[in-house]
Design a protein around this ligand. Structure first.
Ligand SMILES: Cc1ncc(COP(=O)(O)O)c(C=O)c1O
Length: 382
């Protein structure tokens, strides 16, 4: 059976060079980075070097990066941290309706504790309105959290503009850049952002490691207490191997990010071209922003073919794709992102996300497009 993996927005295979870079840190350089002996110093030096690689990739100071267990923890730390730090100013937070659940559920948790949250709507491309954002700001607003790029449809938000407003009003601005990292250039020297979340497993690094960028002027209280690790901001013995893997993954990407993105853009375009050729332009609906979007995500609806039927048939053909929807008791819930975009019912209920990676090939696109077209035609003819 063919095995074609088009779900890189969910997670990516770890790059073989990343695996090689990590291996010594399980058995040879296994020291505790807090220990004063040479084994500890060696581990500490490796963590230091990885932090420098990551900081250089996003143009910030290494000391502004805090290692976490991934995107979820980074998002939680930013939201809960901002809420706690801003307590004396107010209890109002602004976010959007299309954030990842790591942000949305953290905000819902705060609502139960008396915080007020404004969930900004988006237009049909998945973009927030700057005017609505400005109108939502209140004297008691203590945090704005807007994602860089959406994980379901790939739409990129106007981060520079949002940050400029946040800075002018003196409100801490958090950006979930988990999907954006490695796919669009991120320069924290230029961006008016106070906190930014990252995760290694979306960029061919290992799972369970991520980072939170915290600007110098931003005060975020610790969430974990114990040792002095991460400048007392997150206690716990460091995961040497995972940190080294994260650094290596970005070091590799730094060398060929532009070429990789060109390749992914081409794969995406080939898929759209082939599908419209085989099914007709009116039978293939592309969701998300036409230009302000990530290169590797293609969210497409095939009206008349239910998302779960399509995903099941694709799986039977050996093709891994996804819906943004959560699976509750065996049936798919309609995605909160597509719902917020106010798409027609037949588009909402037939959306599938294909997300490409550097291990994909034009041949896989050709095979998959034919299989998809066959599935669509078979179901529509039933
Ligand atoms: C936009 C976004 N934020 C946060 C996360 C959570 O990251 P992690 O899986 O590292 O916890 C994801 C993962 O899918 C994501 O896509």
């Amino acid at each position: 059976m063919t095995h074609i993996y088009f779900d890189h927005a969910a997670t990516t295979p770890v790059h073989p060079e990343v695996v090689q870079a990590m291996l010594p840190y399980f058995t040879q350089v296994f020291g505790n980075a807090s220990s004063t002996h040479s084994a500890g110093r060696e581990a500490r030096a490796a963590i230091h070097q990885a932090r420098e690689s990551i900081a250089s990739f996003i143009s910030c100071a290494p000391s502004q990066l805090l290692f976490t267990s991934g995107g979820t923890e980074s998002d939680n730390m930013a939201i809960f941290g901002a809420a706690q730090a801003g307590k004396s100013v107010g209890r109002h937070i602004i976010t959007s309706q299309i954030e990842h659940h790591a942000v949305l559920h953290a905000c819902e948790h705060l609502e139960k504790q008396g915080y007020e949250v404004t969930y900004l709507p988006v237009d049909h491309t998945g973009t927030i309105s700057i005017e609505q954002l400005e109108q939502s700001v209140r004297p008691d607003t203590i945090c704005i959290s807007i994602m860089y790029a959406n994980n379901e449809v790939g739409t990129i938000q106007p981060i520079q503009q949002i940050g400029t407003i946040a800075r002018a009003k003196g409100i801490p601005f958090h950006v979930d850049a988990v999907q954006a990292l490695g796919h669009i250039p991120i320069d924290l020297n230029l961006l008016p952002v106070d906190m930014m979340s990252f995760s290694a497993h979306k960029v061919q690094g290992p799972k369970g490691i991520g980072a939170l960028y915290i600007a110098k002027q931003t005060q975020i209280p610790p969430m974990l207490f114990g040792g002095n690790q991460e400048r007392k901001r997150r206690a716990g013995t460091e995961n040497n191997a995972a940190i080294v893997g994260f650094g290596k993954a970005l070091q590799l990407l730094a060398g060929d990010m532009y070429e990789t993105q060109q390749k992914l853009e081409k794969l995406r375009l080939d898929m759209v071209t082939k599908l419209t050729e085989l099914l007709g332009t009116d039978q293939v609906v592309i969701n998300g922003h036409p230009t302000e979007r990530l290169p590797h995500i293609l969210n497409v609806s095939f009206p008349g073919v239910a998302t779960e039927t399509m995903l099941m048939n694709l799986d039977l053909e050996g093709i891994a794709a996804a819906s943004g929807s959560a699976c509750t008791s065996g049936s798919l819930e309609v995605s909160h992102v597509l719902k917020a975009m106010n798409l027609p019912e037949e588009v909402l209920t037939s959306a599938v996300r294909f997300s490409f990676g550097s291990d994909n090939t034009p041949e896989q696109i050709e095979i998959a497009a034919h299989k998809i077209a066959t599935i669509v035609q078979r179901i529509r003819n039933k």
